[in-house]
Design a protein around this ligand. Sequence first.
Ligand SMILES: O=C(O)c1ccc(O)c(O)c1
Ligand SMILES: [Mg+2]
Length: 606
Amino acid sequence: MRKSIATVSLSGSLPEKLTAVAAAGFDGVEIFENDLIAAPLGPGDIRDRAADLGLTIDLYQPFRDFESTSEKALAGSLRRAERKFEVMEQLGADLLLVCSSTSPDAPEDDDLTAAQLRLLAERAGAHGIRIAYEALAWGRRVNTYDHAWRIVEAADHPALGTCLDSFHILSRGSDPGGIEDIPGEKIFFLQLADAPLMAMDVLQWSRHYRCFPGQGGFDVAGLAARAVRAGYRGPLSLEVFNDVFRQADAGRTAVDAMRSLLSLEESAGIASPPAPVVPSGVAFAELAAADTEPLRALLGALGFARTGRHTGKPVELWEQGEARVLLNAAGADRREGPALAALGLETPDPAAAVRRAESLLAPVLPRRRAPRDAQLDAVAAPDGTELFFCRTGRPGHPDWRTDFTDDPGAPDGGGPGAAHGVTRIDHVALTQPWHHFDEASLFYRSVLGLRPDESMDLADPYGLFRSRAVANSGGTLRIALNVAPGPGGRETRPQHVALATGDIVATARRVRERGGALLPVPGNYYNDLDARYDFPPGDLDTLRELDILYDRDEYGEFYHCYTATVGRVFFELVQRTGGYRGYGAANATVRLAAQHTAELRAGTAR
Ligand SMILES: O=C(O)c1ccc(O)c(O)c1
Ligand SMILES: [Mg+2]
């Protein structure tokens, strides 16, 4: 279907917004009145600019508080409308959105409202303009879509129809089922927005927290499917009031928006892009550092062994069990020090994964080009992490491991058998720039077919720590997306790799014996654990001795501890028992505080 977006959803001036919208592949825009009023170009110039960019102007909005009990106010509204019709004629827009009145002066009865809207439709019709009447969730009297539709039906004028807005419908908990009873040709416009589920005033919720479909908690695709079943054939149009998007780069937000609509079309059964190819696990985590020595020491203490060297690049392969880490001595950002630069994702069909990624506008990266390198396809995640699609050890597929020669003589050699009990990578945590958080969760959900958990907000010593995990259905691939503030409002961007062990006590002991430092956890934490849980004698002492944190959910238990941070990277050791599903979020505040303390002590606080 045609795709549009309201200019209110993006940052910048109106011409900048139009450029971003066109570049992302939209067909049209809703022009938000304030954007036009503040624009440096007149309506005729905006019309030309949009046409040059291949965009239609699908809606002009909003016209507020039209209906009124006072004759004088109504006359004023009609005069105001005539002026707007002139603007719309210059813009080349033929649909005006009228939202239900929020004024105490709104008529008390539907017949009066219908008669007034009919009058407006007659005036509009004379200009070749149509009116779409939308119920705002906080409208004075008309605040549900079915009420707005009853009034439109009663007014019975060909130039009057209704505008459905998923936010207003779903935020009030209205049953969207009634949409299918509205004749499709009377649905003049469909605005789509999602939002996180929150218990708050609906106006504030709408004006500040809307997000693109697939980023929040509403079934927006299901609602769109109903409109299409009703016979709606107009554009799918995003109308997202969001404080973060208002500040973010418009071009990037527009691509995020388009990805949302492409994914919604798939969920609604309107289009079928190439199916998602869900990764089955982490093939490798690649750490980049100008000086790899501190990471080598850390991996050695963790029980990893260097098992290979890249044939053409300064890259080493370190393994323990099925956990594989690449150390890349080239390409690290020197300012930030060692960082998690790439992930290899074990994928049943890499070529199909790339087709999926391309169809959802994920930036596909040029293949690694050295003549002997395995041909691996990669895409860039929103935070810049490179995601490589791998099929390790399968005949007929390029195997990244063939780029590495065996390295049995390495100082920490002895192969993966010399392990401390680490079996695999449990999860990877990627810290997102805060204004790309929603974009990231939609990216992993739509491009890779991963399932997002609920988003969690926790108090951090220096602000808000927000976390949302995405995972495949078996839990064999888990990525935690975090936003973490730093002192003075600066963003800190630590990334970490969590390693699974079947016996965290034994593993942590061996790490200590090999000189690995574990993050010190305050004694208060263990006193609180003691108050909350009744551990068998001695167990709590062991946790305290090894700085191991503890959590449990209805499925099982979780034990975890952390290494020191090197540059932007640290490791976590985790032991899950009995199907525990989470990531120890209950302990995140303690961990963050302990890391800040450690940074201050080491004088590395940024
Ligand atoms: O918040 C508002 O005022 C507003 C205006 C126009 C809309 O279409 C809408 O959904 C909300
Ligand atoms: Mg709306």
